[in-house]
Design a protein around this ligand. Sequence first.
Ligand SMILES: Cc1ncc(C[n+]2csc(CCOP(=O)(O)OP(=O)(O)O)c2C)c(N)n1
Length: 330
Amino acid sequence: MPDLKKTDQITAQEGLGLLKTMLLIRRFEEQSAEQYSKGKIQGFLHLYIGEEAVAVGAIPCLKSEDAIISTYREHGHALARGISAGAIMAEMFGKANGCSRGRGGSMHIFDASKRFFGGNAIVAGGLPLAVGMALADKMQRNDHVTMCIFGDGAVAEGEFHESLNLAALWKLPVLFLCENNDYAMGTHLVRHQAQADIAAKAKSYGMPAEVIDGMDILAVRTGTQSALDSIRSGEGPCFLEMRTYRFRAHSMYDAELYRNKNEVEVWKQRDPIQLFITYLTSAGLMNAQDLQLLEDRVAEEIRQAIETAETGPWEPIEDLLKDVHTPESI
Ligand SMILES: Cc1ncc(C[n+]2csc(CCOP(=O)(O)OP(=O)(O)O)c2C)c(N)n1
């Protein structure tokens, strides 16, 4: 059996569903890189390849009324939440049929109907927003949870500490989910943090914090589910540090001079998709034909997404100043 630990509670149908979403994210990202190199996508593009087990293990544990706040590396989170590949791709093409009407681009995928309250270009910018949303939920006495996703780079920001402090003090229903991929752009965690144990920092604010193997989708799923149960029972916020890795550069403009190729290759040995395929196959829950069917379905979904983006309309020029606020317009 491969090195996925939580082997007990998964059916073939669930396993194939999770694998399909991981494959969708992987292929979507590969296609995004290609469209970027063709000039169809402009601006910044941050790929999630290597980190798929976090999104797909954690996000489906939420209920539809729960909220998500994300970062600029959020295509995978948005897909895992059920925003269509076409709406995201059209957004990145800058088309009016994109989920943010083509005005946000890659870093600002947003869909209020899915309670997906955005990617955010500002490192740690989502944390205070999540705390505010959780405060609103607590005041309204519902049992919604806000999942706040951010990277290890965010722990260097004051907002991280302010947000954890208030959330713990007021026992707010927030799940802080840190995707620790070791690097903040080109800076390794140990080069910017005197205390590099992120979970220990969270514990110091008086909330439960756990470190989880972010390459193991089943460990992510189990850990997230139990954190959500604790939050819903009124115990206040929880913190999960997912140990993961990005296989690609920070963004499309990064020569990756800060890490050696061998390090990347070592992490690729634990590619979360490959680990899960091996797990499902050895557990007798999937065979090569099932995998091919999933790949075919995903390929068709991506083909349609590109078509949606290609054929989508540009915003009419006369609408360009709509929703743009200037001192004169207020
Ligand atoms: C407040 C702020 N400071 C600096 C930047 C520049 N910046 C963009 S990405 C990044 C690194 C963030 O790394 P991390 O949070 O670990 O996320 P990852 O890219 O690893 O997913 C920085 C410093 C920014 N966008 N916002």
